[in-house]
Write a protein that binds this ligand. Structure first.
Ligand code: G6P
Length: 608
């Protein structure tokens, strides 16, 4: 997804901007560019492809100046070419970077073309540059031009704007797309998220919807959507900046997989009493809201959606109240019936996923309350939900989500317990699950010990085109997540099925070229699952089984079995996720793909 960085300082800014873009690479992009005011004119450099290509161009043609804006673009309108890369300019005097989508750009463009503006790109962003130029040519200041322009834009945007006649000002605005202001000493910055700016500051202002701001070296002024001057709090960034380095690991994804014992602990820290979940963790108003919950509606996308599917099993089983789960992109566009007493739970690593946010806004007036399970403090979902439970996983850089998922599951299990105690859950069961949760970090450590065996197993997948994942019960969404991980980073086509569905279709695909991965803990579904595995073996399919017991599922010709430690049943979906993450990771490494930034994918999908 597009990334924005901007700086106004008393020192050269191009290296700061470039480093900011590098730190935003994880969001996914296909071109990069920057403009810098060099004291007499705005100079621009853009490149299709990686930020490194822009860095190489900068090494050859340095941009020297103390005001600049930069951008990584994830193509939405027009191909990922240099011409479509940001910043976009109107004439030589004004440059703009934009994240988001302008829905009414075609009518705005027609109007601008009729007034003589020539377009040099296929982007929606260029209309913003020309709209600004048009207002400034009629006498408006750059600040007033931005205000005037945003009032005409429909859709989502975060903007950074610089103008030759205002070399002491960096103007920014946001509505529907993320943007933070980094507060420095004698210098100020903008960025799509704090990570982009942690190299220069750890103090941030999170702009509200509709805010416009003017940054000078020595001051920041903010106006809300009504045009009133407002103060926004300056918050210190909560994660240690060291957590965005790869450290000893070859990829962020591997580092993040290995962080899981620590971060699941962080997700529970301060939230578990001796025998119960401390519901104060959800906020002061939470108990009164939870008392009224009669059913739950979960909405999320991607990996976060899979966490929601697992939570459904827990909520219906332990709390005994109905729970619906749906992907946000469908939910937001259909007529949804929400009975009285519905708690709307959004799950999101980033807190900025456009569809999830839109779903919340869509139902806000028809629900009892909203709760978000989120990893990014200050993000839009956190700000717009009634309640939030932060997952505390720390920044997740690898596009393929790992530690965010397992910490979401911990948060959802804690949520199940606070809801359940108001319904069918007994204090004894809650106490047992709380005790089980406390064993989770140790169990995850043990599973990480299987890494080299999983690496070996991965060799069997490197040459394959397809793979099938099977699970039952709460392990069915785990299989779905395993298949998603494999396709995301290794580009092997992978599908997941509830094992009982095998004979209703996918069995037709099974042959020696179709590896079948199964998560098979020792639980009440195991016998049924074993029967499904026999169906695969009988068709010559090669099985890779992550099992709770080798006695139950024995290795033989064509059946590889990896035994996981014994564990409480409630923790199985969390713990069995790890070997599937490691399997995908090693297959991707063997295939030589870009593990942390897989092709065509973005970390944070802030447009529809
Ligand atoms: C993108 C990411 C996924 C993520 C999904 C939802 O597709 O690549 O890893 O699961 O968005 O993102 P969210 O931030 O809402 O969890």
């Amino acid at each position: 997804m597009c990334g924005i960085v901007g700086a106004i300082a008393a020192r050269p800014v191009s290296e700061i901007l470039l480093e900011g873009l590098r730190r935003l690479e994880y969001r996914g992009y296909d071109s990069a560019g920057m403009t810098v005011w060099d004291g007499s004119q705005i100079k621009r450099l853009r490149r299709a492809g990686k930020v490194q290509a822009l860095g190489d161009a900068l090494a050859e043609t340095p941009l020297d100046g103390q005001l600049g804006i930069a951008h990584t673009r994830w193509a939405t309108h027009g191909k990922p070419t240099e011409n479509n890369a940001h910043p976009h300019m109107s004439g030589a005097r004004l440059a703009v970077v934009h994240n988001g989508i302008i829905e009414n750009y075609e009518s705005l463009k027609r109007d601008l073309v009729a007034r003589g503006y020539e377009f040099t790109s296929d982007t929606d962003t260029e209309v913003i540059a020309h709209l600004l130029d048009s207002a400034i040519s009629s006498g408006a200041s750059v600040l007033d031009a931005v205000r005037d322009c945003v009032a005409q834009l429909h859709g989502a945007f975060a903007l950074g704007v610089m103008h030759q006649d205002y070399p002491g000002e960096l103007i920014t605005a946001r509505k529907g797309s993320p943007l933070v202001i980094g507060v420095g000493i004698g210098e100020n910055f903008i960025g799509s998220d704090p990570l982009a700016l942690l190299q220069v500051t750890d103090r941030f202002i999170y702009l509200e919807e509709g805010d416009v701001a003017r940054l000078r070296r020595l001051g920041i002024e903010i106006w809300n959507s009504a045009g009133e001057s407002v103060e926004r709090p300056v918050l210190r960034f909560e994660h240690g900046s060291g957590s965005v380095d790869k450290g000893e690991y070859k990829h962020y994804m591997l580092k993040e997989i290995y962080e899981q014992p620590r971060v699941v602990h962080a997700a529970m820290e301060g939230r578990l009493g001796a025998e119960r979940v401390l519901e104060e963790a959800f906020g002061v108003t939470a108990p009164a809201i939870f008392d009224q919950v009669r059913q739950v509606q979960i909405v999320a996308c991607g990996t976060s959606y899979h966490a929601g599917l697992i939570a459904k099993y827990w909520i219906e089983d332990l709390a005994g109240i109905p729970c619906m789960v749906e992907v946000a992109s469908e939910f937001r566009y259909r007529k949804v019936v929400l009975p009285k007493g519905t708690l709307f739970i959004s799950i999101s690593q980033s807190g900025e996923t456009a569809d999830t946010l839109a779903a919340l806004r869509e139902v806000r007036d028809r629900i009892l309350a909203s709760l978000t399970i989120c990893n990014v403090p200050g993000s839009s979902l956190v700000r717009e939900s009634d309640l939030c439970l932060m997952t505390n996983a720390g920044p997740e850089i690898g596009v393929a989500s790992t530690k965010a998922f397992t910490t979401q599951l911990v948060a959802l299990l804690m949520t199940t317990l606070v809801l359940g105690r108001r319904h069918e859950l007994t204090p004894e069961t809650e106490a047992r699950i709380v005790a089980d949760l406390k064993t989770l970090p140790g169990l995850l450590e043990q599973v990480l010990g299987l890494d080299s065996a999983i690496e070996k197993m991965a060799e069997a997948f490197a040459e394959k085109q397809h793979a099938l994942f099977l699970g039952r019960g709460t392990l069915n969404p785990v299989a779905m997540e395993g298949a998603l991980k494999l396709k995301e980073i290794s580009y092997i086509h992978a599908e997941a099925y509830a094992a009982g569905e095998l004979k209703h279709g996918p069995l037709a695909l099974v042959d020696k070229d179709m590896p079948v991965v199964t998560v098979a803990p020792r639980n009440e579904m195991l016998d049924k699952l074993k029967a499904n595995l026999q169906e695969v073996r009988a068709r010559g399919g090669e099985l890779f089984v992550f099992a709770g017991s080798r006695q139950e599922v024995q290795p033989e010709e064509g059946v590889q079995v990896l035994e996981l430690p014994p564990m409480p049943g409630i923790l199985e979906p969390i713990v069995y996720t790890l070997p599937l993450q490691l399997l995908s990771y090693h297959v991707a490494v063997l295939k030589g793909t870009d593990v942390d930034q897989p092709r065509n994918l973005a970390k944070s999908v802030t447009v529809e």
